[in-house]
Design a binder for this molecule. Structure first.
Ligand SMILES: *[C@@H]1O[C@H](CO)[C@@H](O)[C@H](O)[C@H]1NC(C)=O
Ligand SMILES: *[C@@H]1O[C@H](CO)[C@@H](O)[C@H](O)[C@H]1NC(C)=O
Ligand SMILES: *[C@@H]1O[C@H](CO)[C@@H](O)[C@H](O)[C@H]1NC(C)=O
Length: 550
């Protein structure tokens, strides 16, 4: 130690002299060349579910690729209306729009079983959709697929069978792309983290739940494999969908930290460059109120009549108690008939709902649609009462707005847990919604210093990470460049990013065989020791006793 320091001290004059020497000579500089080779390629984006929450982040990356000269085609169910926001994007429909929430019962507890109906629909239309993907790929000379992995085997199968690289792109269920044994999701009947769960809970979540899920999906998995066999399509989805690169629209801080393979990249929050501004009406309302609550449950979800009444009652109470002076509620899927005609308050008063819904109340603004990001960006918006969808959560985190979350389904329950553990939100339960509980939680969210600090922390993280959509585009371009060097994809393709464990198998990758042999050796040695001891205790002892006696 001392020697090393001494040598360093002796070196200092030499280093300083060198410095002086370098500075004395006038140095010329040249600009680092940052050009990369580019030639226009054709990209196909496939999503079965479609809709804003699945497509918007993908298209926000696609538009960067379009601006860089590539052609992008979107293949989804129905038609994505806001695609006009993405000039240059070509659209093909894979069939009728995926059923909207209204036709399903989203008021029940929703877990993995509810996704079975999705599996049923996608399996039934697999053959037709596969042909659409194949034809679209052939007609447009597609070089690379970007697939939303949810309920979308067909996109990943098409890409892999046509021997094209495939990028998996999702905004939720990180667990689907890069599973970790200490993580789970309420969707699968467990908490997002098993870190502090009991042994039995970890046993249930690690062994029992996956078996139950496999069992529940088995009929569809079988049917799907039959169809694949009939159509001569090699199945390539194993435990995780076989993608060359997984892009995940999340950021650590919101998602619980974990290690990642190089071909799994976290690129969120993906946000657009521009968002619709406030309408003059909304602008007047927000500017005229200093403390505004914003309520919206996304474009697919809505509460029961009973819960709508409770929420409306809470709103009126927060205004009466001067917690907020203004409330904006974007009803979206909720209609004005989804409320009772009047609300009964604890103090015996009765309030008619219709005048409130018709915006007669000076401090409550009810609207079908609100430019959400503009509302959240306004300094007067103090709290977001949300369903906890991924995109809404990103927007709220980006603007540093604390959240009260009423999760309905899919990834929302997990997001609610994540946001709560990030210390920026509290959650309420749709089955036990209670006006006083809502009021207490709102009060806490507005006053607590930790919530304020954490919201600022998350806002900073969200902002610095929001540039990573360009990295997503860069990585996709790298793949396009890479395939232009090699005519066809072989097993070596993308080797520079794919960790060995995907080739080694579970046992070898985790050295389980080595530990197994070690265990065996230990057991054998222990048996040996026990054997010797028994022999020593029983025989020699009695021999010694005998000799002593003698
Ligand atoms: C696709 O499969 C369904 C049953 O799974 C069948 O009824 C239909 O005729 C098939 N369509 C085509 C074009 O093969
Ligand atoms: C999840 O964690 C919460 C506490 O954060 C606990 O009350 C609950 O029992 C856990 N398990 C499940 C399945 O939700
Ligand atoms: C589990 O408990 C430890 C110690 O109390 C805490 O630091 C950690 O954040 C907890 N983990 C989760 C996921 O809640």
């Amino acid at each position: 130690m001392i020697n090393k320091n001494l040598i360093f001290l002796l070196l200092i004059p030499v280093l300083l002299l060198n410095q002086v020497h370098v500075n004395a000579v006038a140095q010329d500089y040249f600009l680092r060349n940052i050009d990369i080779e580019r030639s226009p390629k054709n990209i196909l984006i496939g999503s079965y579910i479609g809709g804003r929450s699945h497509l918007k982040p993908m298209l926000d990356v696609a538009i960067i690729l379009i601006e860089r000269g590539h052609n992008v085609i979107l293949l989804t169910s129905g038609k994505y209306e806001p695609s006009s926001e993405y000039p240059g994007l070509k659209q093909i429909s894979s069939g009728p729009q995926y059923v909207t929430a209204k036709s399903r019962n989203i008021h029940k507890d929703v877990d993995y079983r509810s996704l079975a109906h999705l599996m049923e629909i996608t399996t039934a239309s697999y053959n037709v959709t596969y042909e659409k993907f194949k034809n679209a790929a052939k007609e447009n000379n597609i070089d690379l697929f970007i697939c939303d992995p949810i309920a979308n085997h067909v996109c990943i199968d098409a890409a892999n069978n046509l021997n094209k690289p495939v990028v998996g792109f999702t905004s939720s269920f990180m667990q689907m792309m890069d599973p970790k044994p200490y993580k789970s999701d309420p969707m699968f009947g467990c908490n997002i983290s098993l870190e502090n769960e009991s042994f039995f809970e970890r046993f249930r979540c690690t062994l029992i739940q996956p078996l139950q899920i496999t069992y529940a999906y088995r009929p569809f998995t079988r049917q799907l494999n039959d169809i694949r066999e009939q159509m001569n399509i090699k199945s390539v989805s194993g435990k995780v969908p076989k993608v060359t690169l997984a892009l995940i629209n999340i950021f650590f801080g919101f998602e619980l930290p974990q290690s990642l393979a190089p071909n799994v990249q976290v690129i969120g929050p993906v946000l657009s460059e521009e968002y619709p501004s406030l309408t003059p009406e909304l602008s007047d309302f927000i500017n005229g109120h200093k403390r505004v609550l914003y309520i919206a449950f996304g474009t697919r979800f809505y509460a029961t009549i009973e819960n709508n009444n409770k929420i409306l009652q809470s709103i009126v109470e927060t205004i009466n108690n001067k917690i907020f002076d203004g409330v904006i509620w974007a009803l979206s899927e909720t209609s004005k008939d989804d409320f009772s005609p009047s609300l009964n308050f604890a103090d015996g008063t009765q309030v008619q709902t219709l005048p409130i819904l018709n915006n007669i109340h000076p401090h409550i603004h009810i609207t079908k649609f609100a430019p959400q990001f503009a509302v959240l960006s306004h300094t007067n918006t103090k709290l977001f009462f949300s369903h906890g969808g991924a995109l809404s959560s990103h927007e709220s985190l980006y603007t540093g707005t604390p959240m009260l979350i009423l999760p309905f389904s899919v990834d929302q329950m997990g997001n609610a847990q994540r946001l709560k553990s990030a210390g920026v939100a509290l959650t309420v339960n749709k089955n036990t919604l209670d006006v006083n509980d809502i009021l207490n939680k709102i009060d806490f969210l507005l006053k607590d210093e930790h919530i304020k600090k954490n919201s600022k922390r998350m806002k900073y993280l969200a902002r610095i990470n929001s540039n990573r959509k360009y990295r997503a585009a860069d990585l996709i371009e790298y793949m396009l460049y890479s395939i232009s060097l090699d005519e066809y994809l072989d097993d070596d393709f993308f080797k520079e990013w794919i960790p060995a464990e995907s080739r080694m198998g579970f046992i070898k990758a985790n050295n389980l065989d080595v530990y197994g042999v070690l265990l065996l050796i230990i057991i054998l040695v222990l048996i040996g020791i026990v054997f010797i001891l028994i022999k020593y205790i029983s025989n020699p002892l009695s021999d010694r006793k005998k000799s002593k006696q003698a």
